[in-house]
Design a protein around this ligand. Structure first.
Ligand SMILES: Cc1ncc(COP(=O)(O)O)c(C=O)c1O
Length: 425
């Protein structure tokens, strides 16, 4: 499959840039486990002395002579030209994600936020209208509210799965794009992607899903009808908390449009980062499977614990469209802000940190970590209570994590005898 990187419409590049031919080592690979290992590999530029994809750190390719330049310009000799438009190492990574997301094409950039901005700038025209869910990634929401608005883009923020409001907004406005995170963070709301896509398409609107919290293993939004799916590859995809990256996948036509916009934004993934993400991806299915299992078992263990008063459990929708629910588990404790801090501080194994999807388990109290700058009233409006705790489980042994959480809950009981401790607030 030759992948053209069209850019003619921008006028910046004189001819389509093409990558080399994808050669799948086995024609009938279908499982995600095999795809994470093999898809995109064995490109014809990789010498047989290397099983691992090498890092090509060059900014430019060179030509034998002018005839070769012309052959390249006329598309007769596919290659890479300049690193901002494409890189062989990154191409392997893009092919891997395309295979997992069942996409015609994928673009990788230097961060998840970079992918979000490229999607929004290329799929929503100046003066257009966007509908986004209220609990989409906070910085995406801020970009829509504070920056797209300067380009005359208006926006409506809706509750996830409020079909009546969505219908109304679609009828009243010429909506270019519906944008949602599914699952959402930290409340794990799940969008009915199929239903929303059908509705949006009937009104000419595209659908973009930020599927970071699900991972490409647990959910495939394009197969449910979404037009583009994006990820912060910083999370499950790379999996080792040592590299930033972002990707967006969809039809060749849409990704070309987003790619040509990103040529101007100019923040490609560096080849070293591509190499690290490819390496991380080789074990993504194993990591995600472990994280799915740990999160599910922990839910069963803790949902009846007397100190846990509200568990955020995957709803029916998630069960019907996801093959696993990922490693994020959120619950509210029977205590106030300070009692909950006590619980978090008593944990020994998870790091107190933001992010998710890596090998090490993380814990955070969203009211203290991500939403400390907000008033209690503002936090309440978006469902972030003082006693909410969010775990992003890694790949440690379940029994070790469970023992640690149980001792921290016990410590929370022992350390505080204040009446508010028993209130679910
Ligand atoms: C759901 C979601 N989308 C996008 C992003 C942005 O990704 P990055 O930090 O790689 O820019 C994040 C980051 O936390 C996220 O959680």
């Amino acid at each position: 499959m030759d992948v053209a990187y069209p850019s003619l419409e921008t006028g910046y590049i004189s001819c389509p840039i093409q990558g080399p031919t994808l050669q799948m080592p086995m024609l009938d690979i279908i499982s995600d486990a095999s795809l994470t290992v093999h898809a995109g590999e064995q490109q014809n530029w990789i010498p047989k002395c290397s099983i691992g994809t090498p890092i090509i750190n060059s900014t430019s390719r060179w030509f034998e002579n002018s005839e070769e330049v012309i052959a390249f310009k006329e598309g007769r000799q596919p290659s890479f030209e300049y690193a901002r438009y494409g890189n062989p190492t990154t191409k392997v990574l893009e092919e891997k994600i395309s295979a997992l997301e069942r996409a015609e094409s994928t673009m990788f950039v230097s961060s998840g936020m970079g992918a979000i901005v490229a999607v929004l700038l290329s799929l929503v025209p100046p003066g257009g209208h966007i509908v986004a869910t209220k609990d989409c990634y906070w910085e995406a929401r801020m970009f829509i509210q504070n920056r797209l608005s300067l380009m005359g883009v208006s926006a409506t923020f809706v509750d996830m799965n409020d079909m009546n409001l969505l219908k109304e907004v679609l009828q009243k406005n010429r909506v270019s794009l519906f944008y949602a995170d599914s699952l959402s963070n930290p409340l794990l709301n799940c969008l009915d992607i199929k239903k929303v896509s059908e509705l949006c398409h009937s009104h000419g609107a595209l659908v973009c899903i930020d599927s970071t919290l699900a991972s490409p293993i647990n959910q495939k939004p394009l197969t449910l009808g979404a037009d583009v799916v994006l990820h912060s590859a910083t999370k499950y995809i790379s999996g080792h908390r040592d590299v930033l990256g972002g990707c967006v996948s969809g039809s060749e036509n849409l990704i070309s449009k987003i790619r040509s916009c990103h040529f101007d934004l100019g923040s490609p993934l560096v080849p070293n980062a591509a190499y690290m993400i490819i390496r991380g991806m080789k074990t993504m299915h194993l990591r995600v499977e472990t994280q799915n299992n740990t999160a599910l078992k922990m839910t069963h263990l803790l949902e009846k614990h007397p100190m846990v008063c509200m568990f955020i459990i995957q709803d029916y929708q998630a069960k019907s469209q996801m093959s696993g629910f990922g490693g994020v588990v959120s619950f509210e404790l029977a205590g106030d802000l300070y009692a909950t801090m006590k619980f978090v501080d008593s944990l020994k194994l998870p790091y107190i940190a933001t992010s998710l999807g890596g090998c090490e388990s993380l814990v955070q109290q969203p009211a203290v970590m991500s939403f400390w700058d907000y008033s209690a009233a503002e936090r309440a409006k978006i469902g972030i209570k003082d006693n909410l705790v969010r775990f992003a489980f890694g790949i440690e042994k379940f029994e070790d994590l469970a023992a640690d959480i149980l001792q921290a809950l016990q410590n929370m009981i022992l350390c505080s005898h204040t009446p508010q401790l028993t209130s679910c607030g």
